[in-house]
Design a protein around this ligand. Structure first.
Ligand code: NAP
Ligand code: G4F
Length: 355
């Protein structure tokens, strides 16, 4: 990747640079935290109060860094709570802020549009306003989304018109535009990554790729016999989340803030993902996948495929993991996790019997 040494007007790093990540407990937050910690950053993450554990994806990092004496901190805050954000920023004074926190499920955004807009759209303004009012000299990354392109035809680039098709997509357009506005109005070093779908074994269980890889594992091990999905025709440009977080960081290392499309440039349908995932486990997907209209959306995004040539040219960023490798990685991880769980369960049964 091409990363220029920071020039005039950049954040001076005499000591370990500090990064603040909203959404650190999510898929991307966890990969980004790993990536930045390997680069020697002091990492601060915002976590929400939850009645159950919500730090599974970063617990390993916390443990490792704790032992090595590195700096990793989690703070309670919420994107719907401006004062918590302002306090954290004033206290931590990060050099780089990565705004990844979101109600990120498109279908759910039709059920809770007001909450989704509050967190995704207003949450971004709250963060930007806190930066401005505190007078923080930092660089800002906004997690924009290919969902903003909605119904415009592929391939989509930075120049493509937005036509969002969901409350989530609309809220992301607002968040994107307000980040651009703070860049133009106040000279904030704010960059937006318009990321196409990216997946991993840490993907939330209700997104379609993970729903499929988990179902394949359950069916393969005899614990499930059907998988119900919605629209099998929708096409997505699926990449690996671990590759994509590197682009986030690269954007903030440029002298000038800008917006970049990040994706693989290759699209597949949901049906093709399912076919490949089942085939990897030696199964014929047509025997197991059924369509349930309950998973249809009021408006669908039919076809997303990135034109990431600007990111290739300026950032030197390219994805490393291919589509077949991603499918295999996710299915293998879910099979291994389920096998471990079953083995653990058997051992627990054996122990119970011994007593
Ligand atoms: P994710 O796994 O759903 O993680 C979302 C994170 O946001 C979680 O840490 C979640 O906390 C946190 N969050 C939710 N509501 C919050 C609130 N009110 N205040 C503070 N934090 C809150 O999403 P992801 O896949 O990592 O995506 C990261 C970002 O990129 C999101 O903004 C998403 O919209 C955007 N994006 C994702 C993709 C993709 O394909 N993955 C593509 C384009 C853009 P909990 O863990 O407590 O739920
Ligand atoms: O996996 P999905 O839920 O992801 P979607 O809607 O593309 O959104 C993801 O990517 C966006 C980037 O474009 C992010 F901004 C967003 O935060 C999120 O990470 O659905 C993918 C496709 C859709 O067309 C959906 O209709 O799969 C189709 N699908 C078919 N059956 C299903 C299902 N989606 C889900 N979640 N569950 C199904 O059973």
């Amino acid at each position: 990747m091409r990363v220029r040494p920071r020039g005039t007007g950049s954040v001076a790093h005499c000591t370990m640079p500090k990064a603040l990540i909203t959404g650190i407990t999510g898929q991307d937050g966890s990969y980004l935290a790993e990536f930045l910690s390997a680069k020697g950053y002091e990492i601060h993450g915002l976590k929400r109060r939850s009645s159950s554990f919500n730090t599974d994806r970063v617990d390993h990092l916390y443990e490792d860094l704790h032992k090595s004496g590195a700096k990793f901190f989690l703070h309670f805050a919420d994107l719907s709570d401006a004062s918590s954000l302002a306090w954290c920023l004033a206290d931590i004074r990060p050099d780089e802020i990565y705004n990844l926190g979101a109600q990120s499920h498109v279908k759910v955004s039709f059920d809770i549009p007001e909450y989704t807009s509050d967190v995704v759209a207003l949450g971004t303004v709250r963060l930007l306003e806190a930066i401005r009012r505190i007078g923080l000299k930092c660089r800002f990354y906004q997690a924009s989304s290919s969902e903003m392109f909605g119904s415009t035809l592929p391939p989509q680039s930075e120049a493509t018109r937005f036509h969002p098709r969901s409350p989530y997509g609309c809220a992301k357009v607002f968040a994107h535009q307000i980040a651009v506005n703070y860049r133009e109005s106040y000279g904030l070093h704010a960059s937006c990554g318009i990321l196409f779908n990216h997946e991993s074994p840490r993907r939330g269980e209700t997104f379609v790729t993970r729903k499929i890889s988990r179902a394949v594992a359950h069916i393969r091990l005899g614990l499930q016999d059907q998988l119900y999905l919605g629209n099998l025709e929708a096409r997505r440009d699926w990449g690996f989340a671990g590759d994509f977080v590197e682009a986030m960081w690269a954007m903030l290392q440029q002298d000038q803030p800008d917006d970049y499309v990040i994706g693989t440039g290759e699209a597949h349908s949901v049906g093709e993902f399912a076919e490949a995932a089942f085939a990897h486990a030696g199964l014929d997907w047509r025997k197991y996948v059924k369509v349930d209209p309950r998973y249809y959306r009021p408006a669908e995004v039919d076809d997303l495929r990135a034109d990431a040539s600007k990111a290739h040219r300026v950032l030197g960023w390219r994805p490393r993991v291919s589509f077949p490798e991603l499918v295999r990685m996710m299915v293998d991880a879910d099979l291994a996790a389920l096998e471990r769980k079953l083995k653990g369960g058997m051992e627990a049964v054996a122990l119970t019997k011994e007593r």
